[in-house]
Design a protein around this ligand. Structure first.
Ligand SMILES: Cc1cc2nc3c(=O)[nH]c(=O)nc-3n(C[C@H](O)[C@H](O)[C@H](O)COP(=O)(O)O)c2cc1C
Length: 251
């Protein structure tokens, strides 16, 4: 089965850097059983390397989520040309953070859930993921859910990256679902366009992805419904006021 590459996906209007925005009519029966909602999902790319395997994996991930009826946008640190993390957005005076970060912050707040696509670097998740997500306070991600997708060129499938992502995502408040979609020997699995290479068991891979994303849909739908009933921040107000967090660089 051939999938379109990320570069063929529709360019997002009016948002610099969020280049690959999928736009299609979404069904109200995301996940296929009619009970889950169509979710707004952000897919974070975890590699900035030239010829990164991340493009292959995320191409498959985006297409799969889209086919399940979700609105998907890719957050690519290369396309966004994200700065190195010097201070998080909330530490800037109001409105003074770089525009690219302010725009991305709005996207993160508006999303219902997150999919992190990370290679394993040095037995952990990639610096690109830490840099991208670290710009934003936990309140942007809180009371949402997330899925972990990892891969490596070797036999361990990036599982150590997945284990290190769990506490990181939990701290941000976007609780990771239990099923991890992890891919060993990623270079043997995907073609550059995100389709499976000959000899790969498509159904088995699709099954692993379905388990992971099915959990994201269930939890994401439940959280979304409850957010509409109870303001989560009234149940769990921040214990530090924003103005108290702001420490000018000169201090
Ligand atoms: C800095 C760096 C550290 C790496 N560390 C690991 C590692 O700890 N475990 C592993 O299985 N592979 C490791 N690899 C190999 C990656 O799995 C492989 O290069 C993979 O293709 C990286 O994803 P990318 O192509 O999307 O950047 C490392 C690669 C790099 C560049």
């Amino acid at each position: 089965m051939a999938f379109v590459s990320l570069s063929k996906l529709v360019r997002s209007p009016g948002l610099r850097g969020l280049r690959y925005c999928t736009r299609r009519a979404v069904s109200s029966s995301a996940g296929g059983d009619g009970s889950n909602l169509s979710l707004k999902l952000l897919v974070f790319l975890g590699s900035t390397r030239p010829n990164r395997m991340c493009a292959r994996v995320s191409s498959y991930v985006v297409r799969t989520l889209e086919q399940r009826g979700h609105q998907v946008e890719v957050v690519d640190p290369v396309e966004l040309d994200l700065p190195l993390l010097r201070q998080p957005v909330f530490a800037y005076p109001p409105g003074k953070a770089p525009k690219v970060l302010l725009e991305l912050e709005e996207k993160i707040k508006a999303a219902d859930g997150y999919v992190i696509v990370s290679p394993e670097y040095n037995h952990s998740f990639s610096p690109a993921i830490g840099n991208t997500l670290g710009h934003f306070g936990g309140s942007c991600f809180a009371f949402k859910s997330s899925s972990i997708v990892t891969y490596s060129i070797g036999q361990f499938a990036g599982i150590r990256a997945a284990m290190s992502l769990r506490p990181f995502l939990s701290e941000l408040g976007c609780l990771p679902v239990s099923a991890i979609f992890s891919i060993a020997k990623v270079g043997e699995v995907f073609n550059p366009d995100g389709s499976f290479k000959d000899g790969q068991d498509d159904k088995r891979w699709d099954g692993y992805a379905a388990k992971c994303f099915g959990q994201l849909e269930w939890v994401g739908s439940a959280f979304k419904k409850h957010r509409q009933v109870v303001d989560p921040f009234s149940s769990s107000p921040p214990n530090v006021k924003m103005e108290d967090r702001y420490m000018p660089e000169s201090e």
